[in-house]
Design a binder for this molecule. Structure first.
Ligand SMILES: *Cc1c(COP(=O)(O)O)cnc(C)c1O
Length: 223
């Protein structure tokens, strides 16, 4: 068994049934991704539009591609043929762009609202007020080409487990509040995307439904 297959097997054995694994394949070669695919992994995550559009056509069609990085509006059209879910909706304008381009491409794209939960400065993510503005946009909420399927967040880069627990708990609370206020009758609002290689056990304990693992699957990344 290859290293990638062995790591995938080990990870899968620890995952509860309700948690799905997104194998983060940024910087990885087509050959490495194929190795994971051959080991049964069908969901992959990329964080750059150019990288996704370069690799996706070379890989099996049954791969479910997730976009997990900051997405510029002028790149939305290029990923439409491939992307299944966008984890990183960080503005109202971006979601409108995705809706327009998805409609044009005849696609229906699942979208997650990205929140800013880490105590450290990061550039991307919605505040709860900005999210409320999106959720009150009835045209978007009922748009046929996008489906708001949940939330995404990243914890601080720290070894302090309590801080990480707290940040993931914050995201779960945001999810529950949104669900209660805006999505109580929407069966598709189900996803909490949180947890990376260093913190995914904590994320699962706090209710994650999608974990995004790069290093844990493929080994360490060359810068
Ligand atoms: C790179 C990346 C990951 C995976 O990081 P690892 O530490 O390699 O597991 C997860 N989420 C996002 C948004 C990323 O950019």
């Amino acid at each position: 068994m290859s290293d990638i297959a062995a790591r995938l097997k080990e990870i899968r054995e620890t995952l509860p049934d309700h948690v799905r694994l997104v194998a983060v394949s940024k910087t990885r070669s087509v050959a490495e991704i194929l190795e994971a695919w051959q080991a049964g992994q069908k969901v992959f995550g990329e964080n750059k539009a150019q990288e996704l559009t370069a690799k996706a056509p070379l890989l099996p069609q049954d791969i479910e591609w997730h976009f997990i990085g900051h997405l510029q509006r002028n790149k939305v059209r290029s990923i439409m043929p491939y992307v299944h879910m966008i984890h990183s909706i960080d503005s109202h304008r971006l979601l409108k762009e995705v809706a327009g381009e998805a409609e044009r491409a005849g696609r229906r794209i699942k979208c997650l609202l990205q929140f800013y939960i880490a105590s450290e400065e990061t550039k991307f993510g919605l505040s709860e007020d900005e999210a409320a503005e999106i959720c009150r946009d009835r045209e978007l909420i009922h748009h046929p080409a996008v489906c708001i399927a949940g939330v995404m967040g990243m914890a601080s880069l720290t070894d302090d487990q309590q801080v990480i627990h707290k940040e993931f708990a914050t995201l779960r609370t945001i999810f529950r509040n949104l669900k209660e206020v805006y999505y109580s009758d929407n069966p598709e609002f189900t996803e909490i995307s949180m947890g990376m290689s260093d913190d995914y056990p904590v994320a699962i304990a706090e209710g994650s439904s999608l974990i995004r693992l790069g290093t844990a699957v493929f080994g360490s990344r060359n810068p």
